[in-house]
Ligand binder design. Sequence first.
Ligand code: SIN
Length: 506
Amino acid sequence: MAIVTKKNRAESNTNYAQGGIAAVTSKEDSFELHVRDTLAAGAGLCNEAVVRQIVSEGPARIAELIELGMNFSERDDPANGRRELDLGKEGGHSKRRILHAKDVTGREIERALLNAIAQQPNIEIFENHLAIDLITSQKLGYVGANRCLGAYVFDKKSGNVETFAAPVTLLATGGCGKVYLYTTNPDIATGDGVAMAYRAGAAVADMEFIQFHPTCLFHPKAKSFLVSEAVRGEGGVLKTVEGREFMDEYHPLKSLAPRDIVARAIDTEMKKSGADCVFLDITHKPAKFIIERFPNIYQTCLGYGMDITREPIPVVPAAHYQCGGVVTNVDGETEIAGLYAVGEVACTGLHGANRLASNSLLEAIVCAHRAAETAFRTPHSAFPTPEIPAWQSGDAHNPDEMVVVSHNWDEIRRLMWDYVGIVRTNKRLQRAQARLANLQLEIQEYYWDFIVNSDLLELRNIATVAELIVASALQRPESRGLNYNLDYPAANPEWAQRDTVLRKSS
Ligand code: SIN
């Protein structure tokens, strides 16, 4: 078994997850309540059967993670004098149900999983290897149902393109935050999985639903640093630069309102006042509590000269999570035989039009388990593997001017932020579409003429994903969940159950 990863083995969106994993583990909670909260956040677009399945399988997967060595934060239970899981609260949840490892949950998950993998001699990890494209039977000219046969992969160290032939290929490539100028995501989040699957002919759905996290740290030297929603869950309050609390004007749950509402409220307040940010204030809580519960946020902010136990944290909204993605069932199966997708890259129907906080890692652990069981059960290796030709570079030569690549990277990210952000209009979307079409022509020309490198490959992917987001947003004539369009300020009941599905025309 080969794991191909474009940087080092721990570098992923998961690694930076602060909040945690939503799962029903307490007596005060129930599957029904978790399902209800998920459906409410999803604004009429969740697949209820999928929601029920994922929510109900969460506790078993959590138990498995603990068995693999994952350390969740615990607290004393004064009622019976025992230790129990410390459950956090985040926006949209009616109960405390977020399992976390202080504020570095993702890092702890990665540690436990990589440790477990290290004990498995049949798993090989290929670091600094970036997948370029999936190899499919249709691309090779075979008729009949499309089947994934593996991937062409760029070895960043040697500069060679290698063929990874495989009866089963699973995409776990995360999301596409880097399509936007401001994001909470690390640099790896360039939508590679969605772009590759789309090029291979798989269906991609609901890409208009990009979640903007309300509270990314605002500091000239801080790049993509998230200030977890758990800070608001523990009492943090949003204020304007003048110190005015404003969330009560937008939602009865105030600072803990659903994420789309908080992000739009901050956007409105910033536009009204012309300020560069708003503030998140948790100074009313004891310093000891803040430092113990949020050691990573506390230390990081301290590194930038801010003591969050004494002063409010400057924050801005930033692109955070892709709710749509490659269409899969709850077992991670895509429309292409042998191709699976799990986690943020996939669209299972769990999130609908807006993801409930901390449901993403829940989806990842449940669907990854189901995908593995399904893949082992399915006789993929029984199909004859056609001869796969080696990667052809043709007449491509070394790029003479990388400025074209860096310019197009910047242009896409800025135009997506300005025209396809938290609040959209048809005119802005059309403008974005026209510019992206031009950029695509230039990128395609560059791709065919020059020997590939990682910046170019990632640029090609963010351009494709940007086009998919814009095309999906233009198809949906309503405001629902995360898709807020001033030309259609209300939800349209006719679109309540409709996904925007895109497929590449061949
Ligand atoms: C956070 O910690 O605020 C992020 C949690 C999430 O996106 O689910």
